[in-house]
Design a protein around this ligand. Structure first.
Ligand code: FE
Ligand code: FE
Ligand code: ZN
Length: 282
């Protein structure tokens, strides 16, 4: 399969079940939550299940996948217990993920909750430096955010600052969310220009995954409400442009659209077909 297209897969039943669920819907990559996204509870680690998942991913020819941190993980929280949870959950997630070499760990940069952007970014960099063990091989990805409220990561400059302030040898990259960057004010309908800007500020070699979502709101709205591809303010064609963009086509493209699970196979089939037609005529 020419493009790496997948979706956010329910984690029920464990790792191997997730891989089968993704493959059954025609995905050759996927994303999952490492633990309950709103609470943080986690299932007991099952090494045999993880190894079975690794075997299945090889059989299906899946490349890199994305493990998404819970929303409740705020690495720059002001409140002590919230910060404690962030440290605990992040370290525990990283320990587990080492058993899946092709998994990249994606987290939201966090909310500064009144401490200010600068202090928030400093705390995030310190958090990454404290928690990522020496020699850790998997990539850790900071997601581009809409900049809602006190959310960090709404500009490429903020992410660049953090990347520049993590200790050398640590693999920290970026996951670009099309809905989020659009809501933050980057016009993703012109993917070429957004990538030029990304390359100028951060460097395209650090772009490791893409979340493909349309947005319910207009450019610069800072809202973060996902829509199905073509069903929002971005429109359909830009997503074909994103997937087929030569600077992106090697990356995992993950749908986080509000599509029912039963309709995922069709959503992926339509997107793949449109992208393959597009590149055939190019
Ligand atoms: Fe996210
Ligand atoms: Fe996202
Ligand atoms: Zn979002």
């Amino acid at each position: 399969m020419k493009y790496n297209i997948g979706f956010h897969v329910p984690a029920a039943g464990g790792y191997a079940a997730m891989v089968d669920r993704a493959a059954a819907a025609g995905a050759n990559t996927f994303q999952y939550f490492t633990r309950n996204p709103r609470g943080g509870a986690v299932r007991a680690h099952d090494e045999a299940d993880m190894q079975a998942a690794n075997r299945k991913m090889r059989e299906y020819g899946m490349g890199n996948i994305v493990a998404h941190a819970p929303y409740t993980l705020n690495p720059c929280a002001a409140e002590e217990n919230t910060l404690k949870f962030a440290y605990m959950a992040f370290k525990d997630d990283l320990a587990r993920i080492q058993g899946m070499p092709n998994a990249m760990y994606n987290l939201h940069p966090g909310c500064h909750v009144g401490q200010g952007i600068e202090r928030g970014l400093e705390k995030l960099a310190a958090f990454l430096n404290d928690c990522i063990p020496d020699g850790f091989q998997n990539w850790v990805l900071l997601e581009t955010m809409a900049g809602k409220g006190s959310e960090l990561g709404g500009t490429f400059d903020q992410l660049k600052w953090v990347i520049d302030n993590v200790k050398p040898g640590v693999n920290v990259g970026v996951c670009l969310d099309t809905c989020h960057v659009f809501d933050a004010g980057y016009d993703i309908r012109n993917i070429g220009a957004v990538l030029d800007e990304f390359d100028r500020v951060i460097g395209l070699d650090l772009l490791k995954a893409v979340h493909i979502n349309d947005s319910q709101n207009s450019i610069g709205s800072r809202k973060d409400r996902h829509a199905c591809l073509g069903g929002g303010e971005i429109g359909w064609q830009p997503f074909v442009d994103v997937v087929t963009e030569p600077r992106l086509s090697h990356l995992p493209m993950i749908l986080e659209t509000p599509t029912e699970f039963e309709d995922r196979a069709e959503e992926i089939r339509i997107l793949r077909a449109a992208c393959e037609d597009n590149s055939a005529c190019a």
